[in-house]
Design a protein around this ligand. Sequence first.
Ligand code: FAD
Length: 817
Amino acid sequence: MTLPTQAGIVVIGGGIIGCSTAYHLARDHKADVVLLEQGLITSGSTWHAAGLVGQLRSSASITRVLKYSVDLYKGLEAETGLATGWKMTGCLRLATNQDRWTEYKRLATTAKSFGMDMALLSPAEVKKMWPLMETGDLVGASWLPTDGQASPSDITQSLAKGARMHGAKLFEKVRVTGFDMKDGRILAVRTDQGTVRCDKVVNCAGQWARQVGAMAGINVPLQPVKHQYIVTEKIEGLATDAPTLRDPDRRTYFKEEVGGLVMGGYEPNPQAWETGLPDGDVPEDWEFRLFDDDYDHFEQHMTQAIARVPALGHVGVKQMINGSESFTPDGNFILGAAPECANMFVGAGFNAFGIASGGGAGWVLAQWVVDGEAPLDLWVVDIRRFSQMHRDRHWVLDRTLEAYGKHYTVGFPHEEYVSGRPCIVSPLYQRLKKHNAVFGSKLGWERPNWFAPEGVKPQDIYSMGRQNWFSVVGDEHRHVREAVGVFDQSSFAKYELAGADALKALDWVCANNIDKPAGRLTYTQLLNTRGGIEADLTVARLGEEQFYIVTGTGFRTHDQSWVVDHIPAGLDVTLTDVTEKFGTLSLMGPRARDVLATVTEADVSNATFPFGHVREIAIAGHTVRALRVTYVGELGWELHVPIDATGEVFDALMAAGKPHGIRPVGYRALESLRLEKGYRAWGSDITPNDTPMEAGLGWAVKLRKNTDFLGRRALERMNGAVPAKRFAGFTVEDPDIVLLGRETILRDGATVGYLTSGGYGYTVGKSIGYGYVRAADGVSDDFLTSGSYELVVAMQKTPARIHLEPLYDPSGAKVKS
Ligand SMILES: Cc1cc2nc3c(=O)[nH]c(=O)nc-3n(C[C@H](O)[C@H](O)[C@H](O)COP(=O)(O)OP(=O)(O)OC[C@H]3O[C@@H](n4cnc5c(N)ncnc54)[C@H](O)[C@@H]3O)c2cc1C
């Protein structure tokens, strides 16, 4: 077969991800697909994978993707005639301490929330299932019967055959060497065998994806890391259907293979693959290659594994696999449309769960490529979660190694990474440090989470229950409710949209009406074609043709590319990222006006400066954009200050606020305040899976206006129908219950949904959760209010109360009971 000169879609890479993507593009979309592999199919990371297939992740959508993989692997042989080696052995995860046990109880609840049955077993039950295991130190184990194992090469060959059967053309020994590009688009893929013109490119080049992406100017922040496992000789008494085993407290995993064991682990001191090539590139000729055995490094796993399975101490090692795989700075893979190039998509960085993800990742990526829009909420793996800072290879290396090292550590709530910090600091960093700020980091920015008072060590101490900052954050929270606080929100992403067609462009992408006079603010969602919420932001109209857009720190790349990608062609409009031009100080609380009035000559009375308005005012000699908005449910202003003046304006506010006891307040108090007020958080409460009507945000949609906007048609189709799910708030009476999100919602004893976020409201004095209540026949008001609710928290049922209104209302009674 000769390489064609033209194709619809070119997939680069013949590992499991490329083959799965090609298979789904051909099967589901009848696309004209050409797959190019520089070596042979599977010859990158895929051939040497251990083949454990787990499904449960903390995101519902990613769990769905992994479940899809399992369903696909089960049935693929029937279609292609090539076996996948799939065995539903189930998976045991061992716990040897109480923190881990709590983690599993929460995990089992998450599983239930996502429609899977995970059981918790006693050590005796575990021993019965896996007699060769030493169980003396166990508290217990979690058991997911639908997990299993498969043969990575066989699945991939089966997918490749399936892709060909559906019309895809797969070429081995064809290396991609570059791209012909024009105006940020790929016109053709250059190879060592000729050039292929195409409409779209999918970069599934595994650990080469970074360098392949770089040829088109896109950044794929991944790092190849060495990963080892051994394969033993036959072990007497080991069942061929033995469950796969994860022993995270001993950092190891096990899988049965032809009567012996595969055993590997995640060490706290991982070894990056330093290739020695410029930019850390991976060599082109790394086909079916391994590194030398490194028993010195592996010994730590061996010692732990023998303590768990003593038979390992006597059995011979048939083979050691020391292979390389691409890992990422947050342990999640990288999928979707590259923001820097109009027609390159990426599926890479699989962090040693590419076999488990392969089927599902190929399915959603294919849909994404065809539609130009993710088919479900894939935010946690979306390539647009990264930013310019991820072009720093050293930063990516350090953070990736930290994430790898944490693979098997207990996942405490609110845990922060420590490497690569501080990366980006606001002008207030040193000042806030003097106030004993305890920082977290978001997209590189250091942000104060809380402030330690005299005598309290400014440091998070993680635990599974209430953590050391709990009561301190309560004081910060109350201070904002009762007096005034100032939040450093300089990390907010900010853009200016200007041009003769600026209004027209925004009118199309925004669900709410932004056609208001200059000086007005609009809270709006941006919707996809399904009516799902792709972004949630504030638009300030500064002039006839000038808008200022403010969104969350982490959504900087995502929201910018969503707007740019959806501005209709030919409009005269420019979007500029001005994040670093403005510091943001949010002055919030009932005394906010008193403080602001002291530092500015501008009239900040309610009559002159009402809610939902933006004005330029002078503070400490600097022109400040003051936005009258709130995320905490109190009187307040977001002050957008020229970045170099942020310190001076902060000092002026602190001085003027002294009589009112002003203090800096951190992000943990902000979270508690917004939970009480019922403000939705994008990425958890509202996502591309949810429409504004389902989310209770229908009031922010201009359906009654006679203008077309992105998502309108989908909403119109649903208009009038009772939604199948509705957003609601919940509180629990038991003060010891810790809500984190993903807890199951029961209505009259039946599962109807799960929490999308959870926390504590210090004014209402209760744990608060939000989530969607679902019912196939529709969720009416009556359905919501007539049920009796419970939440399942770490496998325990606790009575809950549903709330359809904000829990806190500053204008009326303080707390709604
Ligand atoms: C030791 C080890 C154990 C593992 N165990 C498991 C496990 O138990 N379970 C699990 O789910 N995952 C596991 N993994 C991870 C799994 O192997 C990977 O996540 C998966 O194989 C990644 O697939 P891929 O298609 O992204 O990459 P690859 O398989 O590397 O495929 C990328 C392909 O792109 C090709 N390519 C690159 N550049 C070009 C170019 N310029 N032109 C043309 N072609 C190009 C390469 O030749 C390569 O074949 C393990 C990994 C290792 C290292």
